[in-house]
Design a protein around this ligand. Structure first.
Ligand code: KE4
Length: 430
């Protein structure tokens, strides 16, 4: 039976008349891969179900949040119970206190924090705190890293910006972008040289401590060592954007994995259990700059929303060591299986995995920065993606993204992905 997405194609036509590209976030349009994006109408455990009644093993996990698997019964019932008590109050609630205490259990360096509604809000607010606390305008980001779509970050950005070859977005004023200083990832010498030249102007360095938005790339020891010493020597903060790596590369994020003293941390995705939650926080000396205590303003109608905190709190309470280890074991098994099939089929590809996330790159070497990722064969990834979809596996629609595993990906699901790759790897050759 041929693989058809007729209902999704019809929905896409309607959607394109109303929303740019027919989507509410660019990567979902599947413009970097082949074919129509399936419109999803249900998710459960490790699976997605689309409008044309296809079932897929899901390796996007709604871009990270679904570490427990989709529609976990205890998360669903927590959200339903909260909804029955009202969806939003715009007032402090006990759940927000419980949530902040639960987050601090995972991230003890977050002495004080603020809940917001997205990773973008978390990162833009953390940058504002760093600027407010230091009185400096310039900040450092790394090429290929993505910190959400706030203006200052859309300079040499990763994720969809990189996917569509627009790492510098239109609409960002040059006199704002001039304060965004970008460096190659994993280049300690470049970091040292920039600080030697402009250290007194720099408020902070922000990075994905393990990247996910140019595929999964690990930091080198030398890079981490430079990050531990150079910014501090010039009075600049280090912000760990753990929106993706938080609860994913380790239950305590990359700062636990590498024992790194991040001054500020941004969280998102898993922390909301699939509902809109972002968090920024860190040393109390910096967070006390935030209104109403200090002069750094940040606000939000739905910050700490009762449904979102119910989903987040249920997720954090369920994310025990054993649950995390199940998701990490699934990622281990998938990495091992993909490497075997790559060898068997003689494909030029490598797999990089950290914790519960991984990326397959169509290239000969393990990439360490954005240029090396860009040199991979992304056209082949587009063909591979389509073949995997036709064989029941839903991958992120870009070679610049991470694949995510959950506690619900068992041997059946991992074997199904490996068998699909056994066909799609050779099938995707030019
Ligand atoms: P949101 O505003 O999308 O919640 O978070 C922005 C963000 C910040 N920091 C990191 C490290 C992130 O990965 C993200 C968002 N990630 C993308 C996926 N690469 C979200 C998916 C999308 O844009 O549709």
């Amino acid at each position: 039976m041929t693989f058809s997405l007729d209902r999704s194609a019809t929905l896409l036509k309607r959607a394109e008349a109303l929303m740019p590209g027919g989507v509410n976030s660019p990567v979902r349009a599947f413009r970097a891969v082949e074919g129509t994006p399936p419109f999803i109408n249900k998710a459960s455990g490790a699976y997605l179900y689309d409008e044309d009644d296809h079932r897929y093993v899901d390796l996007v996990g709604t871009w990270g949040p679904a570490i427990l698997g989709h529609a976990h019964p205890e998360v669903v019932s927590a959200v339903c119970a909260a909804a029955g008590r009202g969806t939003s109050f715009g007032a402090p609630t006990a759940a927000e206190v419980d949530m902040a205490e639960a987050i601090r259990e995972f991230f003890p360096r977050m002495e004080m924090m603020r809940l917001v509604s997205s990773g973008t809000e978390a990162c833009m607010s953390a940058l504002r705190v760093a600027r407010g606390a230091t009185g400096r305008d310039a900040f450092v980001k790394f090429e290929g890293c993505y910190h959400g779509h706030a203006d200052s970050f859309l300079v040499k950005a990763g994720s969809g910006a990189a996917t569509f070859g627009e790492p510098n977005s239109a609409g960002v004023p040059a006199d704002l972008a001039q304060h965004t200083l970008t460096l190659p990832y994993n280049d300690p010498e470049a970091l040292k040289a920039l600080f030697a030249a402009r250290g007194d102007d720099i408020a902070c360095v922000i990075l994905e401590p393990v990247t996910g938005n140019m595929g999964v790339i690990e930091p080198t020891e030398a890079f981490l060592d430079a990050l531990r010493t150079v910014p501090k020597a010039h009075g600049a903060l280090v912000i760990f954007d753990e929106v993706m790596t938080g609860f994913r590369v380790h239950r305590g994020g990359a700062q636990a994995l590498y024992d790194f003293p991040a001054d500020l941390t941004c969280l998102g995705k898993v922390v909301g259990g699939g509902l809109p939650v972002g968090v920024y926080g860190g040393k109390a000396e910096y967070m006390r700059h935030v209104s109403p205590l200090g002069a750094v303003y940040q606000a939000g109608t739905l910050s700490g929303n009762p449904l979102a905190t119910a989903a987040g709190l249920a997720t954090l309470r369920l994310l025990t060591e054993a649950t995390f280890d199940r998701a990490a074991a699934a990622a281990d098994a998938l990495t091992e299986g993909l490497r075997q099939v790559i060898a068997e089929t003689g494909t030029e590809a490598v797999v990089v995995q950290v914790g519960t996330m991984l990326t397959l790159f169509f290239g000969g070497e393990i990439p360490t920065n954005f240029d090396q990722v860009s040199a991979c064969d992304h056209a082949r990834f587009g063909r591979f993606h389509r073949l995997m979809l036709e064989h029941g596996v839903y991958l992120p629609p870009s070679g610049y993204e991470a694949w995510f595993l959950s506690a619900e990906h068992g041997p059946d699901e991992i074997n199904a992905v490996i068998e699909a790759a056994r066909v799609a790897l050779p099938g995707s050759a030019a």
